[in-house]
Design a protein around this ligand. Structure first.
Ligand code: COA
Length: 260
């Protein structure tokens, strides 16, 4: 079953997340498919820009919660498909535009930090719920969100971890603009097509220069985040959060002591 649909037209590669019955939750196979589509886009001379979407109903509800267990069981030193997907997204020399409608949860929000242009529908709902899942931030979010939005807003978004509006996403530097849902796809695709028409070497050089100064710091920070995330994923707090999600109940973290 293809839950990642990749299409190419007029220099634009579209990567569409398509698993509507699970709110576009991302499995390891889906990360692998998206990573592959991005690596191919990077090297294919026919691709001049990339467009990422989850369609009009939902961007993505983030990592498949059941699949978290498989991620936790994996050896810590083997890069996960999620990590490889983010690496491919960060390494893509071509402009990446994302259009977000409905839920953008977890990595659904953090992947946007590595896109070049992000447009959010007025229906978009963002959330980085890591702490409530017994996890820590990933995808560079604990560095990039405070850098772009300021420390206090980052504390709200990553420590309180509640859902937030598209307007807050713009204030946090996660999205460029809020667009009415009916206009979102023509508008965002229009931006991607404008980029696809630009001189590719000049555009790729500009993208590289815009990111270069922070590159090493972000890489080191993401390595640290992934190590902490993997350790927490194997821990009892994450196990309780995943069990609660699957049993459709509220998690109970009262038995865990605030030791350190
Ligand atoms: N992983 C696995 N399954 C998921 C999922 C996820 N991240 N998000 C949603 N689903 C599944 C639900 O289990 C449900 O499946 P079912 O019909 O077999 O019971 C289906 O998708 C619909 O979800 P539901 O919760 O009924 O929709 P909703 O509109 O009430 O709520 C969300 C949508 C996204 C707010 C809610 O599903 C949610 O919080 N999901 C988890 C998000 C999350 O924690 N992601 C991990 C980030 S690190």
């Amino acid at each position: 079953m293809t839950e990642i649909v990749v299409t190419d037209a007029d220099g634009l590669r579209t990567i569409r997340i398509d698993r509507p019955d699970k709110k576009n939750a991302l499995t390891r196979a889906m990360y692998a498919a998206m990573g592959e589509a991005l690596r191919e886009a990077a090297t294919s001379p026919a691709v001049r820009a990339v467009f990422i979407t989850g369609g009009a109903a939902c961007f993505t509800s983030g990592n498949d919660v059941a699949d978290f267990k498989a991620r936790g069981d994996q050896q810590a030193d083997v890069p996960s498909p999620a990590r490889e997907f983010l690496a491919a997204l960060r390494a893509c020399p071509k402009p990446v535009v994302a259009a977000v409608a409905g839920y953008a949860i977890g990595i659904g929000t953090t992947l946007l930090l590595h896109c070049d242009f992000v447009y959010a529908a007025d229906t978009a709902v963002f959330r980085m719920p890591f702490v409530d899942l017994g996890l820590c931030p990933e995808g560079g979010s604990s560095l990039v969100v405070p850098q772009r939005g300021g420390q206090l807003l980052a504390n709200e978004l990553l420590m309180l971890a509640e859902a937030f509006t598209p307007e807050t996403a713009v204030r946090a530097g996660i999205a460029n603009a809020v667009v009415q849902l009916t206009e979102l796809f023509p508008f965002a695709e229009g931006i991607a097509r404008k980029l696809a028409a630009k001189p590719p070497a000049a555009l790729a050089t500009t993208k590289r220069l815009l990111r270069q100064a922070e590159e090493a710091r972000l890489s080191a920070h993401m390595t640290e985040e992934f190590a902490q995330f993997s350790a927490l994923l194997r821990g009892p707090e994450a196990a309780e959060a995943v069990a609660a999600f699957q049993e459709k109940r509220k998690p109970d973290f009262t038995r865990f002591l605030a030791a350190e």
